[in-house]
Design a binder for this molecule. Sequence first.
Ligand SMILES: [Zn+2]
Length: 233
Amino acid sequence: MLPERGPHGHTAAAGLSRLLGTRTAWTAVGDGEFFCPGCGGDRNYQRLTGRRRFTLLGVPVLPRGESAPTVECAACGRHFGTDVLDHPTTTRFAAMLRDAVHTVALAVLAAGGVCSRASLETAAAGVRAAGFDDCTEEQLAALVEALEADTGRFTGEPCAAGLAIELHEALDPLAPHLAAPGRESILLQGARIALADGPYTPAERDALATVGAALTICSTDVTRLLAAARTPS
Ligand SMILES: [Zn+2]
């Protein structure tokens, strides 16, 4: 059907755009789960590549190159750039947070040497609150003992180096997705475990400094937060 020809120029242009256009043919190249910023939740997605073509009367005629890779939400159908995949799903984020709290608790307990009942209770309560519902004081004590047996055997030192690596592995991927109060609260939980059996020891300070650095909290703020944790509020 030919467009109607009106007396004004823009009517003719509108008619032309109905004649000519571009159409994108999408091909699915992968799928997975992501956090959809469109409908706000963990959803399945398809990763799409598209080939654009000029169309004449709706019929593709000329290739016009590739469109940017696109992610399509299976629930709302909206399209996004692939950078949305950098954002962890809610499930993944919760798991990262839980692992972070668990690793920080172990690092601080191990730095403290022999675990007092008070430190273990503070640590286990924090780990349970973070999502490991059935974490017990005994489990943490056993893990700390195993860590010490494992690393102390080689270095003669209390597992500092090995734990620094563990801390970075658990905290580095999490830090960019947490706002400052979230990062500070993980450090403060560690500080409370260290303080449960008395003032910070040098090894506990070192462990907490490593936690702060992995969470990208600057050393001035780490010092301020560790002092604040010591002051009973
Ligand atoms: Zn969606």
